[in-house]
Design a protein around this ligand. Structure first.
Ligand code: 13P
Ligand code: SF4
Length: 389
């Protein structure tokens, strides 16, 4: 079986081996500043329980669905990125929000919570390669080009939640909106009421899949802006004619699923339902039976009849958890090879224990803060998302 996937150009931020070295422009590779418990410490579960008990209502732990089971068991609430953003905003009394997810989620939580609250990411190396694919200076260069071409006034920027606070701030400054995989269509409906074109950041696949499969736009209505090429690799006419200007970013986890893999599972498991996340490539999503966010994937499997078969194209921790929770259904991972999100997996029980025990000791580890100016603009784009009908 051959894959046609070609890795796009390098990201602007350094890709360091996780846990080695530091890059001030990115979270990747940041060492834990503290005395991390050993992963083999048999008391880790008891220590996490004791620390949570000691902190009581002062702490609220959020867990994204892609987190490890060992971490998820300590989450006060689990969810996709949309649900977690709302949960963070709805907890003004919690002094500490411990975010078991990745950096852009913790930034969004900081933006949506009060100044008195502190958001903690147990391991600063839990970044997101997709978010790193769009940096502010690149996006500003693209916007300057739109201004030079006289189209900026027609363009509404929409950024996926999976982007840095800087990018959300840019979108808020330019009267756009944040979206997640749960509400991308609603966000695009809103955006196309404000202008005739959308500039969609940073996930080309979510943008294309939503526009083409849910809104009736054609593939020809979409152009791909490559930040590593002059003028994004696009001719002025292409930008003038486009409805969707897609940023050339992708998720390194969901980008792995291919059309041959879908065809292979259909042959191997007759009657199988293929259920994928919209971060997957267009041909994969087109070939699937069901498409939706992680929350949608969970609900679809819960509602499925006993005995049904499901090949699921999303992060492996979630697929494995679903398989364990539904032994009456045949649940399998869409790909044959392992596909964890390596940065989500950075949050493990030793880091969670360390972060909670630091809080008990009166110290605030790994606090995520967004500067007030960026925060104010990003907040307006996030509030616009939360206000979508
Ligand atoms: P959702 O949580 O919006 O489904 O996104 C999946 C993801 O990739 C999070 O990083
Ligand atoms: Fe980023 Fe993809 Fe991992 Fe989500 S699953 S954190 S989008 S790399």
């Amino acid at each position: 079986m051959t894959s046609t996937w070609v890795e796009p150009s390098n990201t602007a931020t350094a890709l360091l081996l996780l846990g080695r070295g530091t890059d001030p422009a990115s979270e990747a590779g940041v060492d834990c500043p503290g005395d991390l418990p050993s992963p083999s410490d048999p008391d880790l579960v008891a220590r996490a329980m004791a620390a949570k008990l000691a902190l009581g209502d002062r702490v609220f732990v959020l867990g994204h669905h892609y987190q490890r089971d060992e971490v998820i068991q300590f989450a006060d609430v689990t969810g996709d990125s949309f649900k977690l953003a709302r949960e963070a905003a709805a907890r003004p009394d919690a002094e500490f929000i411990v975010f078991c997810g990745v950096h852009f989620m913790a930034e969004s939580a900081d933006i949506l919570t009060t100044d008195a609250q502190k958001v903690i990411l147990p391991d600063l190396a839990a970044g997101c390669s997709m978010a790193d694919m769009a940096v502010l200076s690149q996006v500003e260069t693209a916007w300057d080009l739109f201004e030079d071409l006289g189209i900026a006034g027609d363009v509404v920027p929409v950024t996926y939640m999976n982007s840095s606070a800087d990018i959300k701030g840019f979108v808020g400054r330019n009267k756009g909106v944040v979206c997640t995989s749960s509400n991308a269509k609603r966000a695009l409906d809103w955006a196309f009421e404000q202008g005739s074109k959308v500039f969609f950041l940073p996930d080309q696949h979510l943008g294309r899949n939503t526009a083409v499969l849910e809104m009736g736009y054609s593939l020809d209505d979409c152009v791909l802006y490559d930040p590593h090429k002059p003028h994004g690799g696009l001719a002025p006419e292409q930008l003038r004619n486009a409805k969707m200007i897609l940023w050339r970013g992708h998720c390194s986890v969901h980008g792995r699923f291919t059309l041959p893999v879908v065809e292979e599972v259909r042959e191997r498991v007759p009657g199988v339902n293929v259920l994928v996340h919209p971060e997957c490539r267009h041909e994969v999503v087109t070939a699937a039976d069901y498409v939706g966010s992680t929350e949608y994937i969970i609900k679809t499997v819960e509602a499925a009849p006993a005995g049904s078969a499901w090949a699921i194209g999303t992060e492996l921790n979630l697929v494995r958890r679903l398989a364990n929770a539904h032994p009456d259904k045949q649940i399998m991972f869409l790909d044959r090879t392992v596909c964890y999100c390596s940065t989500m997996n950075r949050i493990d029980l030793p880091h969670l224990v360390w972060a909670l025990e630091e809080l008990v000791a009166g110290r605030t580890p790994n606090q995520i803060t967004v500067d007030p100016d960026t925060s104010a603009y990003a907040r307006s784009a996030l509030d616009q998302m939360l206000a979508l009908p």
